[in-house]
Design a binder for this molecule. Structure first.
Ligand code: ATR
Length: 283
C-alpha cells in the first residue's frame, strides 16, 4: 500500500521539507507521498487521530509526520511514547506511527546538527572541548542536547534575554553555564566550537555583531541560519581561517531518521540533494 507522511505546522507553505523528502521518494522509486499540512495546535491531536483513517480511505497508509512551529511543544502531551531525545529537548519534530498505531515522538534536530558538522570535521575530536552557543530559543535546546551527546565538557550559553540562557543552562544540566551577552567575545579564546542559533544574520533580520578576533584559528564556526547560505558570521570565520559550516545541512540531516522510520529506506545527504533543496529556496 502507498505510504503517506508529511510535515505539519502553521504557516507551512514555505517549508522545504516536501521538496527534500520528495527528492528521496523519487530517487528511491518509492510508492509514497510527503505532504505539507496546515495544522494549528488546537487541532493537532484530532488530526493525528484522524489521519490513519483518512489516508486509508485514499488507499494510503499514514506512517507519521514532521512537526514544525508551533506544534513541536504541543506534541509532547499528545504522543503515546516520548523518546529521550524529544523529552530532553522538550520538543517533538518527528512523529512515527508504530505497528500497533501508537504515536512515537522523537527529536532528530540534534542528530541533524551533529551530522552536518560531521561532514566537515571529526566530531569525535570535540570530546572534552568547549562550545559557545549564541541564543537560547528552540533551536538552541536541540543543539545544547547534541553538544552534550557529543561529549563537550563545557557548554557556554549566551542570549540577549539573559534569563532564557540561565533557564536553558539549568534545564540542560551537565557542563552548561550561562554567560552575559555583552561579554561573549571575552570567552572566545577558550572556545573550540562557536554556534549561532539566533535569527541574527538571517535575510531581513538585524546582523550578528561579533568580532572573531579572539577565536583560536582551529576553532570551528557554525550557523543555523541558511538564508543567506553564507552568513556574515561564516564569511568572517572563513577569512580568519576557521572551518565554517552552514545551516542548510542541519535541515537535510535531521530529515533522514524520519524518512527511514516511515518508509523503511536508508537515505543519504549528498551534493545533489543540497543543490536541489537550494534551488527550492530561490522559488
Ligand atoms: P527558535 O525556536 O528558532 O530558536 P526563538 O525561540 O524565537 O526561535 O529564538 C530566537 C533566538 O534569537 C533567541 O535566542 C532570541 O533572543 P531572545 O531570547 O532575547 O529573544 C534571538 N534573537 C532574536 N532577535 C535578536 C536580536 N535582535 N538580538 C539578539 N538576539 C536575538
Amino acid at each position: 500500500m502507498k505510504l503517506n507522511a508529511g510535515v505539519m505546522g502553521s504557516p507551512i507553505s514555505h517549508s522545504l521539507s516536501p521538496r527534500l523528502h520528495g527528492y528521496w521518494i523519487k530517487k528511491y522509486g518509492l510508492d509514497a507521498s510527503y505532504l505539507a499540512r496546515e495544522v494549528k495546535p488546537e487541532i493537532l491531536e484530532q488530526t493525528l487521530k484522524d489521519l490513519p483513517r483518512l489516508c486509508l480511505e485514499q488507499g494510503e497508509r499514514f506512517r507519521g509526520t514532521n512537526l514544525t512551529i508551533p506544534l513541536k511543544e504541543k506534541a509532547l502531551e499528545i504522543v503515546d511514547i516520548l523518546e529521550p531525545s524529544a523529552e530532553k529537548i522538550g520538543a517533538v519534530n518527528t512523529v512515527i506511527v508504530a505497528e500497533d498505531g501508537k504515536l512515537i515522538g522523537r527529536n532528530t534536530d540534534g542528530i541533524g546538527f551533529r551530522d552536518n558538522l560531521a561532514e566537515k570535521v571529526d566530531v569525535a575530536s570535540f570530546k572534552g572541548a568547549t562550545a559557545l552557543v549564541l541564543g537560547a530559543g528552540g533551536a538552541a535546546k536541540a543543539i545544547v542536547y547534541a553538544l552534550q551527546e557529543m561529549g563537550f565538557s563545557k557548554i557556554l550559553i549566551t542570549n540577549r534575554t539573559e534569563a532564557r540562557a540561565q533557564e536553558l543552562a539549568n534545564h540542560s544540566g551537565g557542563a552548561t553555564n550561562s554567560i552575559k551577552w555583552s561579554e561573549k567575545e571575552t570567552y572566545l579564546r577558550d572556545v573550540d566550537l562557536l554556534v549561532n542559533t539566533t535569527s541574527l544574520g538571517m535575510a531581513g533580520q538585524p546582523s550578528l555583531e561579533i568580532s572573531l578576533e579572539g577565536l583560536k584559528t582551529r576553532a570551528v564556526v557554525t550557523d543555523i541560519v541558511y538564508v543567506p547560505l553564507k552568513t556574515d558570521l561564516l564569511l568572517e570565520a572563513e577569512k580568519g581561517g576557521h572551518v565554517a559550516v552552514d545551516g542548510l545541512g542541519m535541515l537535510l540531516h535531521q530529515a533522514k531518521a524520519g524518512f527511514e522510520a516511515w518508509f523503511g529506506v536508508k537515505v543519504e545527504v549528498n551534493a545533489d540533494l543540497r543543490a536541489y533543496v537550494l534551488e527550492g529556496l530561490k522559488k
